[in-house]
Design a protein around this ligand. Structure first.
Ligand code: OSB
Ligand code: MG
Length: 368
């Protein structure tokens, strides 16, 4: 494969409902899409960076800058045999994992289309559907929370993850547990607590949660290892796992028992596959996280989640949980609490160019 042209699209996609986490509220998801043209085909990748540097240091604007001014020029005129070569080719760029991952993703789509195979089978996927969980933002009050979760449960979601922060933790979890005694339930703090909160977090132990996700700061592996000794609830790390090496360190330290895998956060699909291997060798359960992706990013997540080491329900929900109208077709739908893995070549979804242009608030073209 050689890349002839790249087009970057910045989309502003209105969410069906505001999504609030401990780091802020989002009403419109800004998504940076990468379209790579080569060998007469177009491959699509979605950058999972957000509009501000809250979840990670990257933003859609830093990603656009790094892609156009540094990453794409590194690939100029290069014959790429396989998308696994991308991390090596982009290695001169320090950091910016989400920007790099978007480029690698588009190359995987191009490669899979060229082979005429679904991305899932090229990655080594073994499932034809993946269990769907739903991530529930911080709600204005407990009745609203119970109503919202009640709807998701009725739709068939197999696990509910509640966003928590100081002031919105033990009470909403107790209310959910009381209303839904057998529901697989987890919580995600997005780094909102400090090591001094260990005693308070022990209050979560009586609710039989699957896990508590990222209670402490993104760069505090040792703090998580110490907290793990105080908690019965397993710790899952998200923000802290920025690479396969960091995953290894976290497991060696005992900082987590479960890993939330997001290919964007770890620098691409190749890195995500390495973490999958590591987790399998060690018998560590992993699952696929989400970043409110459009159907382009979700198609890739579904493909990744079809690998055998992904053993827990994912933050992969149906399209209508995020958007009234998605730029990718067909929408992802829940079937008995699962999302079917697309069967078509590449990502297995089509980008609707009319919708793409309707939601685009910026567009940049790059030529070799
Ligand atoms: O921490 O997992 C997170 C969304 C944006 C940023 C961080 C996170 C999330 C989610 C959404 O929880 C999960 C989804 O896409 O369904
Ligand atoms: Mg998280």
């Amino acid at each position: 494969m050689t890349i002839d042209r790249a087009v970057l699209y910045l989309l502003a996609m209105p969410l069906v409902a505001p999504f609030r986490t401990s780091f802020g509220e989002e009403r419109v998801r800004h998504a940076l899409l990468v379209a790579l043209e080569g060998d007469g085909r177009t491959g699509w990748g979605e950058c999972v960076a957000g509009s501000g540097p809250w979840y990670s240091g990257e933003t859609v604007e830093t990603a656009r800058h790094v892609l156009l001014d540094f990453a794409l020029p590194l690939l100029r005129g290069t014959e790429i045999g396989h998308p696994r070569e991308i991390p090596g080719l982009l290695a001169p760029i320090r950091g910016h994992p989400m920007a790099k991952a978007a480029l690698e993703a588009a190359l995987w789509d191009l490669h899979a289309q060229g082979e005429g195979k679904p991305l899932a089978s090229l990655l080594g996927g073994t499932r034809d559907r993946v269990p769907a969980g739903v991530s529930v933002g911080i709600q204005p009050d407990i009745p609203t929370l119970l109503a919202r979760v009640g709807n998701y449960v009725a739709e068939g979601y197999r696990r509910v993850k509640l966003k928590i922060e100081p002031g919105w933790d033990l009470e909403p979890v107790a209310a959910l547990r009381e209303r839904f005694p057998d529901l697989p339930l987890s919580v995600d703090a997005n780094a909102a607590y400090s090591p001094r909160d260990a005693g308070h977090l022990q209050g979560l132990d009586r609710f039989g949660l699957l896990m508590v996700e990222q209670p402490l700061a993104y760069d505090d592996l040792l703090g998580h290892a110490r907290l793990a000794e105080e908690l019965a609830t397993p710790i899952c790390l998200d923000e802290s796992i920025s690479s396969p090496h960091r995953a290894w360190e976290a497991l060696e330290l005992g900082a987590c028992r479960i890993i939330n895998v997001k290919q964007g956060r770890v620098g691409g699909l190749s890195a995500a596959l390495e973490i999958h291997e590591l987790a399998r060798e060690r018998g560590v359960p992993i699952w696929c996280g989400g970043m409110l992706e459009t159907g382009v990013g979700r198609a890739l997540n579904v493909a990744l989640a079809s690998l055998p080491g992904f053993t827990l329900p994912h933050d992969i929900s149906a399209t209508d949980r995020y958007y009234h109208e998605d730029i990718a077709q067909p929408p992802f739908r829940l079937e008995d609490g699962f999302i079917p893995v697309p069967r078509g070549p590449g990502l297995g979804v089509e980008v609707d160019l009319g919708r793409l242009h309707r939601y685009a608030v910026g567009m940049w073209s790059w030529h070799t």
